[in-house]
Design a binder for this molecule. Structure first.
Ligand code: ADP
Ligand code: ZN
Length: 300
């Protein structure tokens, strides 16, 4: 008797890992989450989960990883987390460790690319030829689909490090990026909010001026992305975007920065159709990893 294939997904985050087995949002057969500790212990937890659940039907496993990661299949360090400052994790060979233990094809990509893949398959980017996913959390990351395929190119997009115009009279805070100071991530990630306002982002009240400034930086970044890639949809996730006032502010700021130059109804009249939260919500990461496993196995 033959069984329909199952797919494994790992959302490999810097704080927690989520592993699941299934075929899509309505068919998750098993799921586990555990904190990110040492590489050896964390990878062993993931391996134990997949060994315990029907490994014979598992066609492939997809991994969406925190980074930076090496995605070049020709590179000796392909499949590794490379130069991360996270203690103990630099040069962790994720793909080889999982492949040797589990004997399945392993798909590997950045956490944001993988979340976007999930949204493209089952969520907010389902109908899109060109789409962008930005996450605004501990850092800021961004991935893109062009022609229905994830963009990799030379390395992978690093949208969080695009340069922005900062008005020092309005915002004297110099930014926290160790490479660029006031790039998008340096100005607008969660820890930048905390450093600028001396208050954790989640404790800033909804009417605090922090949010108008935050939205202005994100709007500037989105205007840049609209000019560069012409995405049909921009999905924004991450802890900072769980503030309900942020989406209307970001949409308005994007329109301000474009200043009427791009003439499309989704920009001018319906930015709520252009700039949206992830339809898969908190599950975008692990479901995207299952989507990546399907691609890796040749199932889609
Ligand atoms: P990570 O990026 O580490 O995977 P998150 O996307 O949850 O995780 O981002 C964490 C960051 O988001 C922290 O800097 C935190 O201050 C901020 N954050 C979390 N929840 C909220 C909230 N409700 N409002 C504003 N900021 C938040
Ligand atoms: Zn930077």
């Amino acid at each position: 008797m033959t069984h329909a294939p199952l797919y494994g997904g790992i959302e490999a985050g810097g704080t927690k890992w989520v592993c699941a087995i299934g075929t899509g949002p309505d068919d998750i057969r098993a799921e586990v989450r555990f904190p990110t500790t040492t590489p050896a212990e964390t990878l062993a937890n993931a391996i134990a989960f997949f060994r315990a659940h029907e490994p014979e039907h598992l066609a492939a496993i997809g991994v969406g990883s925190f980074g930076p990661v090496d995605l070049n299949p020709a590179s000796p360090s392909y499949g590794s987390i490379t130069t991360t400052p996270k203690p103990g994790w630099a040069h962790t060979d994720v793909v080889r460790t999982l492949h040797q233990a589990l004997g399945r094809p392993i798909g590997f990509d950045t956490d944001v690319n993988v979340a976007l893949l999930g949204e493209r398959q089952w969520g907010a980017a389902r109908d899109c030829d060109v789409a962008v996913y930005i996450t605004v959390g501990t850092g800021i990351g961004g991935g893109a689909v062009v022609g229905g395929k994830l963009v990799h190119g030379l390395i992978h997009p690093e949208m969080g490090h695009m340069r922005l115009v900062r008005d020092p009279a309005r915002d004297p805070f110099p930014g926290i990026c160790p490479y660029h100071s006031d790039c998008l991530e340096g100005l607008a990630c969660g820890p930048a909010l905390k450093a600028r306002w001396q208050t954790p982002a989640e404790e800033l009240p909804a009417d605090h001026p922090a949010w108008e400034l935050e939205a202005d930086y994100l709007g500037q970044a989105l205007a840049n992305l609209l000019c560069i890639l012409s995405p049909e949809r921009i999905i924004i996730g991450g802890g900072v975007m769980s503030q309900p006032q942020m989406f209307p502010l970001v949409r308005a700021a994007t329109q301000r920065w474009l200043n009427g130059y791009l003439q499309h109804p989704h920009i001018l009249d319906h930015p709520d159709r252009l700039i949206v939260p992830p339809a898969l919500g908190q599950r975008a990461g692990v479901l995207g990893a299952i989507a990546l496993a399907m691609h890796t196995a040749g199932g889609v």
